[in-house]
Design a protein around this ligand. Structure first.
Ligand code: PMP
Ligand code: GLN
Length: 390
């Protein structure tokens, strides 16, 4: 008998399971629940953008576009950010279109990280960051955001900085909390990195989903910070087409040069018709300028409905999300309560503990309010009825 040797994988991510978004969406479908968990809209994307995409496909734009992204799209993006954030971004050397914002962040990490490097990550953190760091052999150094306003304690950051600190990843508006960075945060970040070789990865996928007259403080506004930054965006969030998985990274030329070395041998380029359609669509800035008020109305509508329950809203000034405390309802663990609500109330949420490396229980769940009013009404109704049974 011949004994063949079998290959064995030494996992690069031994502690990682399936992402909470997939787990909760599957559970939601299984129980026919309303899915306010994973962040995606349930309303239609813009008709004109669909039409432009159709037209791009039908007129034969179905082959590879430039490795860094459709040139006209990059031009339009540079015009947009230069105006919006008073920046000077060059379309040829400083913008790369990517298959989603997550990929842009992953590529930025892969570009800069060496084994043993440390990266400061604010927790709760979008769930791809830490695995992205660890798959590169680097070490995530979590810094907890203050509860319940999820602001940054910059003294705690200072304490974690050392010679191994390679980068800090920031996210504004923040997922899952909806907190946004202010001028004082930018000043603190500035003073911390100024005399160091620390890179910044800035996740700004919710740049236009910002409420209560807050201003989005993009890193692109600050030349001294931009010179050490990879700034990551997503079309999915801005144009209600999360399934398109299209985004882009903006970084100064020397950083972008290295980013592109990684990108060109990974996805190489992204789908062409959607880039062509977006280049045309971006000409009209009213499309993204109206997003804040459109989604703020949804946040407030849902908050009104939820005021009939014992769920207590935490402040959210941006993103698709509103956190609710259930401390007045039960002592249950967040994941268990989210499962219970899916199974029994038929409403799915995301436990915020999923955004921590070492889960803690603040008794908060994340609700996605980027939904039709009918959906939000039905979800609140189900929750009201279910809570009466407890
Ligand atoms: N960062 C954050 C904080 C997000 O919530 C998302 C949402 N998916 C992304 C990045 C990535 O977006 P994309 O779907 O374009 O990869
Ligand atoms: N960004 C979305 C969220 O936070 C989901 C993205 C995903 O499913 N990976 O819900």
């Amino acid at each position: 008998m011949i004994h063949s040797l079998r290959p064995v994988i030494i996992s690069k991510l031994p502690n990682v399971g399936t992402t909470v978004f997939t787990v909760m969406s599957a559970l939601s479908a299984q129980h026919n629940a309303i899915n306010l968990g994973q962040g995606f809209p349930d309303f239609a994307m813009n008709e004109e953008l669909m039409e432009l995409t159709n037209r791009a496909i039908r007129s034969g734009n179905n082959q590879y576009v430039h490795m860094c992204g459709f040139p006209l799209l990059r031009e339009r993006l540079s015009e947009k950010v230069n105006k919006e954030y008073q920046a000077i971004v060059h379309p040829d050397s400083e913008i790369t279109v990517t298959p989603g914002g997550t990929y842009a962040i992953y590529t930025a990490f892969t570009t800069i990280l060496q084994p043993g490097d440390e990266v400061i990550v604010f927790e709760p953190a979008y769930d791809s960051y830490i695995p992205n760091i660890e798959v590169n052999g680097a070490i995530a150094v979590p810094v907890p955001l203050s509860f319940p306003d999820y602001s940054i304690n910059w003294d705690a950051v200072r304490e974690k900085i050392n010679a191994k600190t390679k980068a800090i990843i920031i996210n504004t508006p923040h997922n899952p909390s909806g907190s946004v960075l202010n001028d004082a945060d930018i000043q603190s970040l500035r003073s911390i990195v100024a005399a160091t070789g620390i890179f910044i990865i800035s996740d700004e996928v919710y740049e236009h989903l910002i409420y209560d007259d807050k201003q989005h403080l993009s890193i692109l506004r600050y030349p001294d910070l931009f010179e050490r930054s990879f700034v990551c965006f997503s079309f999915g969030k801005v144009y209600h087409c999360t399934g398109w998985k299209l985004g882009y990274c903006i970084a100064p030329e020397p950083l972008m040069k290295e980013f592109r070395k990684v990108h060109q041998f990974n996805s190489f380029t992204c789908n062409s018709p959607m880039q062509i359609a977006l280049a045309e669509f971006l000409k009209d800035e009213s499309k993204y300028k109206s997003l804040g008020s459109f989604l703020q109305k949804k946040r407030d509508y849902f908050k009104d409905l939820m005021s009939q329950t014992a769920f207590k809203p935490l402040p959210s000034h941006g993103s698709y999300f509103q956190l609710y405390s259930y401390a007045d309802i039960t002592d249950a663990d967040e994941f268990d309560f989210a499962v219970q609500l899916t199974e029994k109330a038929k409403v799915t949420t995301i436990p915020v503990s999923a955004f921590y490396k070492n889960p803690i229980n603040n008794k908060v769940l994340r609700f996605c309010f980027a939904k039709k009013e009918d959906t939000l009404e039905e979800a609140a109704d189900r929750l009201i009825k279910y809570l009466q049974t407890l």
